[in-house]
Ligand binder design. Structure first.
Ligand code: UDP
Length: 217
């Protein structure tokens, strides 16, 4: 039997990722019948945007030589839980990217990434597992991005920035570039609000908003 591919999550994020997954598989010569949604939620239709919707148990029961899943859920802690579950069951992390993504030199991209249309990754960048880069986001030179990091649309992540695990960057946020050997650091699990202009490092777990971005609360 052939490989089976899943977009895990059949809500907003998943429905945006599915067409990219479909196109990627078409280019690899895989028929669309081998691509499904997987979702643990109740009350989903059997077919969504032309693709079958399976529970995780059904996905595991389906005959397949190898199973692959891209975790299309914006909440990073859920992505981490599902990544563990998939690893236990031998489901391979799958990277899905739009055809027009621009990737320059020496980009190390961890497993299970989602790169939406118009994303650009420039040169000498390291990115961890299950990164989400939504529409028009970019990562500039010499950045280091951790695991389970989420960029909403149009995030401007300039050069020499470190983004630690589970950080969430809102739509249209601008992060000022750091310096070689002295990066600007977005701490683990920090949240940067939409449209924020981040001019200095953000501590782990903090939420910052505004221009210049300041801690909330
Ligand atoms: N979901 C799931 N397993 C989980 C947690 C969530 O299948 O352990 C599904 C949930 O049923 C829903 C989707 O993931 O369909 C999350 O959708 P939501 O609208 O909350 O977020 P988004 O699509 O924006 O990431």
């Amino acid at each position: 039997s052939q490989d089976l591919y899943a977009v895990y999550g059949a809500s907003g994020c998943g429905r945006g990722v599915m067409p990219l997954a479909r196109q990627q598989l078409r280019q690899a010569g895989v028929v669309p019948e081998r691509l499904v949604f997987v979702d643990d939620g109740a009350g989903l239709p059997p077919l969504l945007n032309g693709q079958r919707v399976l529970s995780y148990a059904q996905f595991l029961a389906e005959p397949a030589r190898q199973r692959h899943a891209v975790l299309a859920i914006a909440a990073s802690t859920i992505r981490e839980q599902l990544a563990q579950r998939c690893a236990q069951d031998g489901v391979q992390p799958w990277t899905v990217q739009a055809a027009n993504v621009v990737t320059m030199d020496a980009v190390e991209l961890g497993a299970g990434a989602i790169l939406s249309p118009f994303v650009t990754l420039t040169s000498n960048i390291r990115i961890g597992r299950h990164f989400h880069a939504n529409l028009y986001s970019y990562v500039e030179h010499d950045c280091v991005i951790g695991d389970f990091v989420t960029f909403a649309p149009s995030v401007m992540c300039n050069g020499n920035i470190v983004v630690e695990d589970h950080a969430y960057i809102g739509t249209g946020a601008v992060i000022k570039q750091g310096q070689p050997g002295k990066p600007l650091v977005i701490g683990r699990g920090a949240v940067v609000g939409m449209g924020a202009v981040v001019t200095k490092s953000v501590p782990p777990g903090a939420t910052v908003v505004g221009n210049p971005a300041r801690a909330m609360g």
